[in-house]
Ligand binder design. Structure first.
Ligand code: NAD
Length: 483
């Protein structure tokens, strides 16, 4: 049965004004499983108006009450975890085991974290000798426009709505048109759990229409966007001249630097995960592996063998570790980079094809084998452009400086991981890498308190912890004369 999704405006399920819907495809089967509103500027107008109406009441609601409602939503989400796990998997192609271990628990954690963070914040006070006291008030900005991508749908949706709402803003949010389902489910849940109408408005649709209308709307003073770098540039062109507050979490081409002193058996599972978790569709995945020369041959063989052991199959099967790519178009993009790697003389050590022998239910799905390529120049397009799929390259390096220069040699600067047992080198290399987050001997360990964001073309601003609370509030300094 095909589910018909609705926008969520002013606490109600609302059809798109002009009645147009998009297909929402299950990437594991290729079948349409839902229809999603193709909203436009009129729907966004209606949502922003609802957000404006709700703002005075919500922003004046005591923090303890806002916190209580958000915690209730988190608890309700946790109770229905399995429903959300299944929906996320069907919508995005990711294995249920990953949605169960990562996506939905993180959505719960995001809500709880920001619900409680607002109970522990203070404001700044500066004393100007004995002449004045200056203090800073922080006020919610108004209606926040929040736009999120398809790879970690509810995880990133809640990463934005939780701090925005917790700090007293109201929200117009647009999930990706490819993976709208869990955001729609959560919107209903928030109404059920007592979030006042108009605080969270969800408008579905294409980026170029619904998304652009949110960014362009004169009554939306702050935009938080996670998605591709090219989209971020388009958004900045609209939001910049209107002086909107802008947070951009964009693409990456992350380096994984492996030194020869590691215990390979110990670090291998972490490195494999960093390359292929969620089919490589995580902005933080390491897709350029630089391995110190003495370890290189053994690393390639052992790594490829471990990659071949990853279980690809029906995402709804609890045993599956590799699911389907999000869409046919994305699969075509990923495959074009595998072709390019071949054309450039790279060796496909493993993968590079659509898998054989998948269960009948998913035989038409958008699967690509996890792919490992060697022998490519570090500055070729495969090594410079974001593929955002299950394709990694491995390149040997001779000196630490060489690895750092190569790691830093792209337009991106989102994340990196360093694998070594040499403590001083670990810190030295972490300090030298141009990346918003560097992991040492681990990957995707995310404390919600730390600043998160990208250097260079991987973004503008930071979210997470206090950074998010600051982004969603406007500081106002009050200066009081003491004499
Ligand atoms: P995308 O940029 O195509 O779309 C992201 C969102 O923006 C979607 O909701 C889309 O509908 C909307 N959008 C598209 N065009 C728009 C426009 N002109 N105006 C307003 N909204 C618009 O990205 P995607 O393909 O959904 O996601 C993949 C990208 O996201 C990758 O580049 C990945 O690295 C990046 N990403 C970054 C982070 C991070 O934290 N830095 C996290 C996850 C994903």
């Amino acid at each position: 049965m095909t589910t018909i999704l609705a926008n969520h405006i002013d606490g109600l399920a609302v059809e798109p004004r002009d009645g147009i819907y998009l297909d929402d495809v299950d990437p594991a089967t290729g079948a349409v499983h839902a229809r999603v509103p193709a909203s436009g500027p009129a729907d966004v107008d209606q949502a922003v108006a609802a957000g404006r109406r709700a703002f005075p009441g919500w922003s004046a609601t005591p923090a303890s009450e806002r916190s209580r409602i958000l915690i209730r939503i988190a608890d309700a989400l946790e109770t229905r975890l399995e429903d959300y796990v299944r929906a996320e998997s069907i919508d995005s192609g990711k294995p249920v085991r990953l949605a169960r271990a990562l996506d939905i628990p993180r959505a719960v954690a995001n809500l709880r974290f920001f619900a409680t963070a607002i109970l522990h914040t203070g404001s700044d006070l500066f004393e100007t000798d004995d002449r004045a006291l200056n203090y800073t008030l922080r006020r919610p900005r108004g209606v926040a426009g929040l736009i999120s991508p398809w790879n970690l749908p509810l995880y990133l949706f809640t990463w934005k709505i939780a701090p925005a709402i917790a700090t007293g803003n109201t929200v117009v949010a647009k999930p990706s048109e490819l993976t709208p389902w869990t955001a729609a489910m959560l919107a209903d849940l928030t109404a059920e759990q007592g979030l006042p109408p108009g605080v969270l408005n969800v408008v579905h649709g294409l980026g170029a229409s619904a998304g652009a209308a949110i960014v362009d709307h004169p009554d939306v003073p702050a935009i938080s966007f996670t998605g591709g770098t090219a989209t971020g540039a388009t958004i900045a062109r609209t939001a910049g001249p209107a002086f909107k507050k802008l947070s951009l979490e964009l693409g990456g081409k992350n380096a994984t630097v492996v030194f020869a002193d590691v215990d390979l058996d110990e670090v291998l599972p972490g490195i494999v995960r960093s390359a292929f978790e969620n089919q490589g569709e995580i902005c933080l995945c390491g897709s350029r592996l630089f391995v110190e020369a003495p370890l290189y041959e053994r690393f390639v063989t052992t790594f490829a063998a471990a990659v071949e052991r990853l279980r690809m199959g029906d995402p709804l099967d609890d045993a599956t570790e590799q699911g389907a790519l999000v869409s046919a178009a994305h699969r075509a993009k990923v495959e074009s980079y595998v072709d390019l790697a071949r054309d450039l003389g790279g060796e496909i050590v493993t993968g590079g094809r659509r898998p054989d022998g998948l269960p009948a239910r998913v035989s038409e799905g958008f699967f690509v084998e996890p792919t490992v390529v060697t022998g490519l120049p570090v500055d070729c397009r495969v090594n410079m452009e974001e593929i955002f799929g299950p394709v990694v390259t491995i390149t040997p390096f001779r000196a630490e400086e060489e690895a750092v220069a190569w790691a830093n040699g792209t337009q991106y600067g989102l994340a990196a991981s360093v694998w070594t047992n040499d403590l001083r080198r670990a810190h030295r290399v972490a300090g030298a890498l141009d990346a918003g987050t560097v992991w040492i001997n681990t990957w995707l360990l995310r404390d919600l308190r730390v600043p998160f964001g990208g250097m260079k073309q991987s973004g503008v601003g930071r979210e997470g912890g206090d950074e998010a609370l600051r982004f969603f509030t406007e500081p106002k300094t009050v200066s009081v004369a003491l004499r």
